[in-house]
Design a protein around this ligand. Sequence first.
Ligand code: UD2
Length: 309
Amino acid sequence: ESLKRVSELTGKDIPFAKCDLKNEQEVEKLFKTQKFDSIIHLAALKAVAKSVETPLEYYSNNLIGSLNLLNMCKKYGVKKFIFSSSATVYGLPKELPIREDSPTGQGLTNTYGQTKFMVEKILMDLAKAEKDWDIVILRYFNPVGAHPSGRIGEDPLGLPNNLMPFVAQVCIGRLPVLKIYGDKFDTPDGTGIRDYIHIMDLARGHVSALDQIKKNKQIGCEIYNLGTGKGYSVLEMVAALEKASGRKIPIEISAQRPVDVARMYCDPSLAYEKLGWRCEYGLSEMCRDLWNWQINNPYGYNKPPAEQV
Ligand SMILES: CC(=O)N[C@H]1[C@@H](OP(=O)(O)OP(=O)(O)OC[C@H]2O[C@@H](n3ccc(=O)[nH]c3=O)[C@H](O)[C@@H]2O)O[C@H](CO)[C@H](O)[C@@H]1O
């Protein structure tokens, strides 16, 4: 459905093929039937809590899938590769703002985060050993928002895992109340601070990374933070969506999640220096576009109009 809508918006046919990355034969078939010059590897399981309950599923999917893809890339000579990583690799940050050379892999509390960290390591080793690869690792901070058309957005399966999809569903009345995980953090209003980034800025970051690897400069492995560099608290995020929607969002203070840190935000200046990329959207655009998506698709994709409120 997303692809269909992208086609409608751009007026272009988007060729696609489905493939289970865990299945080496299927991946090879893809490389035999399609021609790739670069790969953007986004496919992974990403629910943090579920990853702790089902580690084998997460390690198999995220690691074997990535290894199969990389092995085929090597076999078929596709050596330009962008990997979707996460701020989660920084674990408990020792310094703020977080820079790309800040420590990673320490204090990782969940399997999902481990898989992102491990794939990063695989890519770094690969770039060290084989000089003809051009690899970019993008460490996303907290993506929010939707395409400004209101046609493409995030449609979580079941209960949303992340803050803003949850807040949006409370705002539209699908969920009764937002539980705020702790108000005793060492932050001005006591709630957790994160670096939220508009999904369109995040998407443009990939285009910039693609431009970088297409220059044929044999860059080895470069790593970039994708964030705004500005942190907002949970209460500030709720207030921003209330403003964008003109609605009141019911909240209640709940227990802190054991793994949450008080503050996370990045220094995104390296991406500006090297890729010429920086965020164009701020908090009000993130909430405007999130709300536009939510109000136009109250039940996400693929629901008959009769079910929509
Ligand atoms: C530990 C964990 O899960 N980390 C993942 C989560 O980071 P984060 O924990 O940074 O993202 P999140 O969206 O789960 O939470 C953001 C902030 O909102 C708070 N909050 C969240 C949900 C809610 O119902 N109520 C509430 O108060 C939470 O305590 C935090 O302060 O998402 C990121 C992507 O966006 C990455 O995938 C991280 O790996």
